[in-house]
Write a protein that binds this ligand. Structure first.
Ligand SMILES: NC(=O)c1ccc[n+]([C@@H]2O[C@H](COP(=O)([O-])OP(=O)(O)OC[C@H]3O[C@@H](n4cnc5c(N)ncnc54)[C@H](OP(=O)(O)O)[C@@H]3O)[C@@H](O)[C@H]2O)c1
Length: 175
């Protein structure tokens, strides 16, 4: 069991995941603009595009609950200082939740680029979860929030290096 779990972006499609993690015991911190509205966890309101605010929220979470040994992060883009700041605070595993664009065959380096967020940080072990799509009875659709939360939870429990929820191939079949 992780002693301090921290989730970035846990108030939306990952809220079911957050509820499951809250039941595991240990400390649970949530970081997002309206994180404090969510019951069952320590919420730290911050905008991840505002570096100082995000850094302050991270520090407050660590002061309250200790080093982060499991982090799950859904950033709309990893090209922000916040993604690196989070990796710097993780002393354990960091699950990066990535949109389907991470699997775009036209950009084969996207998973590698995401992993490099933690370059040189020996205490932070990166895991990746790519949100794909589903094809059912010949029609393709995006994942539901529940499928996303359950898929990320399963990836965390199984501690896989790379998980694809649904499918990303053939790329041409995406909705
Ligand atoms: N491949 C797929 O199937 C796929 C991939 C991606 C998304 N989706 C779908 O698309 C829908 C919309 O995606 P979404 O990104 O809006 O997901 P979301 O998880 O519903 O909302 C974004 C999350 O990030 C937080 N957030 C957003 N901007 C932030 C900021 N600047 N600073 C800090 N936290 C921030 C939000 O919390 P606060 O509002 O509290 O800040 C919220 O927790 C989802 O419901 C999902 O079903 C599907």
């Amino acid at each position: 069991m992780a002693r301090h779990v921290l989730v970035v972006g846990g108030t939306g499609m990952l809220s079911e995941l957050v509820k499951a993690l809250a039941g595991d015991g240990g400390r649970l911190s949530l970081l997002s603009r309206r994180a404090s509205r969510m019951a069952g966890a320590d919420g730290f309101d911050c905008d991840y595009y505002d570096d100082a605010t995000f850094a302050g929220a991270l520090e407050a979470a660590v002061v309250r609950s200790g080093p982060v040994d499991l982090a799950v992060a859904w950033f709309h883009t990893l090209k922000t200082p916040a993604a690196r700041r989070l990796a710097e605070q993780v002393q354990g595993r960091l699950f990066q939740v990535l949109g389907s664009a991470a699997a775009d065959p036209a950009h084969p380096d996207r998973l590698g680029a995401a992993e490099r967020t933690a370059d040189g940080l020996s205490q932070c072990a990166v895991r990746q979860v790519v949100l794909g799509f589903k094809v059912e009875t010949g029609r393709s659709r995006w994942l539901t929030n529940s499928e996303i939360s359950q898929g990320v939870l399963e990836a965390v429990r199984a501690d896989r290096a790379l998980t694809i929820i649904g499918q990303t191939e053939p790329w041409s079949a995406r909705p």
